[in-house]
Design a protein around this ligand. Structure first.
Ligand SMILES: *Cc1c(COP(=O)(O)O)cnc(C)c1O
Length: 219
């Protein structure tokens, strides 16, 4: 796969779903990828990237940003409260807001720095113990609590359980977003982004299908 293959598949799925061309944002998930691969994708003109860890992102993106204009950086992994300041400085979007303590910390740093990433609330649609995110039945009240803090919540994000039909989870996420008036849906990865687009994803997060497997492939 390559970036242009993925773009073509996204465009084809948008058409099948009767959605406008270009209505799906493609986040190229560059975590644990060698810098030269990331740079190839930057050279092809792509500017929207996702990382899972604040530390890893801090070690490579300031330099990429000094070489390439217009980079938009999305935090996709869990955020520890004590890394919030660094994350607010580095990222344009957080996809993993999932608890009030973190919401309050983001609001405090926003007040201090006058800058705030756009926020997705992560929903644990499969109610899995090992997964982060608010439960579906807690989502409405958590959104309201974040809005009370004047946080720029723009949408919801989910990672469906590996062994279930992802479409069911995508549809649930969309329902939760719609009834709360949130326009953005971050859902779909390498294995299921077409199903996510069919269910209304406005951002898909694609890593291995663009960059190759994350496991080192040294002979
Ligand atoms: C790693 C990761 C992705 C990308 O996964 P692929 O299967 O490589 O496309 C997307 N979203 C999140 C939250 C991730 O951690």
């Amino acid at each position: 796969m390559s970036l242009s293959d993925i773009r073509n598949r996204i465009a084809a799925e948008e058409e099948r779903a009767g959605r406008p061309r270009g209505s799906t944002g493609l986040i190229a998930v560059s975590k644990v990828q060698p810098n030269d691969r990331v740079e190839e994708v930057l050279e092809q003109g792509h500017r929207i990237f996702g990382e899972n860890r604040v530390q890893e992102a801090a070690s490579k993106w300031p330099e990429f940003r000094s070489k390439y204009d217009g980079v938009e950086l999305h935090l996709l992994g869990p955020l520890q409260t004590n890394k919030t300041r660094q994350a607010v400085e580095l990222f344009d979007y957080f996809h993993t807001l999932d608890r009030l303590k973190l919401a309050k910390r983001i609001a405090a740093i926003r007040d201090e720095l006058g800058r705030c990433p756009k926020l997705f609330i992560q929903v644990n649609t499969g109610k899995e113990d090992q997964k982060a995110g608010v439960l579906p039945e807690e989502t409405d009240s958590f959104i309201a609590a974040c809005q009370k803090l004047d946080l720029p919540v723009i949408g919801l994000m989910c990672i469906p359980p590996v062994d279930e039909d992802p479409s069911v989870h995508f549809a649930l996420l969309r329902k939760l977003a719609e009834r709360n008036g949130l326009p953005e849906l971050s859902m779909g990865m390498s294995g299921d982004f077409e199903q996510a687009i069919a269910q209304g994803a406005t951002y898909v997060r694609v890593g291995s299908a663009i960059f190759g497997e994350r496991v080192p492939t040294k002979a």
